[in-house]
Design a protein around this ligand. Structure first.
Ligand code: IMP
Ligand code: MG
Length: 176
């Protein structure tokens, strides 16, 4: 099925915002070593660009979560693969693509906190601002967006459109 897409954030705006976020993070952490954790798959492009704008020393790791319900993002969440290195005593920066209902982020925080990191901070590229309590826990936000389904720059619709260099709203039909 072909979808009609409307660009809402262009690649230049994304690049500029990421430069600013990188400066902010570098300033906040200075010479402290960060463990940057990408939540796959949606964060891979954002994380690749962001880590190149952070001046603090860092290591990268990844975890992958998946919804039980293949058709929806509201299903139960399971961990598909976990970190490869311990984070005990580390300053952790979690990189997420988007905060929607907040279920994924809640799951991730519950999963990471028992590993006893020194600190956990969250960086989301996009926030639909539907979850004010969790939004407060997001220290770094790229863009606030309306409650629409978006693709591109890592985000997908049924596996497609991750490769787009911009963020686009999916016009009808919104889901396959
Ligand atoms: P949450 O658990 O509802 O906050 O949703 C977070 C996850 O659902 C994100 O990490 C995305 O993988 C996916 N998601 C939520 N909204 C969108 C969207 O508009 N486009 C693409 N993926 C989305
Ligand atoms: Mg995700």
């Amino acid at each position: 099925m072909k979808h009609s897409l409307k660009k809402i954030i262009d690649s230049e705006d994304i690049a500029n915002r990421i430069k600013t976020l990188g400066k902010e993070i570098s300033n906040d952490f200075k010479d402290r070593e960060l463990t940057v954790i990408g939540v796959l798959k949606g964060s891979f492009i954002f994380m690749a660009d962001l880590v190149r704008e952070i001046e603090s020393p860092l290591r990268c790791d990844f975890l992958r979560i998946e919804s039980y319900d293949e058709n929806g993002k509201s299903g139960h969440i399971r961990l598909v693969f976990d970190l490869t290195q311990p984070i005990e005593g580390k300053d952790v920066l979690v990189i997420e693509d988007i905060l929607d209902t907040g279920k994924s982020l809640q799951y991730i925080l519950h999963h990471l906190k028992p590993k006893n990191p020194k600190s956990i901070n969250i960086c989301c590229l996009l926030n639909k601002e539907k979850h004010p309590a969790l939004s407060k826990e997001v220290r770094y936000t790229g863009f606030q967006i309306p409650d629409v389904y978006v693709v591109g720059y890592g985000l997908d619709l049924a596996g497609k459109y991750r490769e787009l260099s911009y963020v686009a709203e999916v016009l009808e039909p919104a889901q396959e």
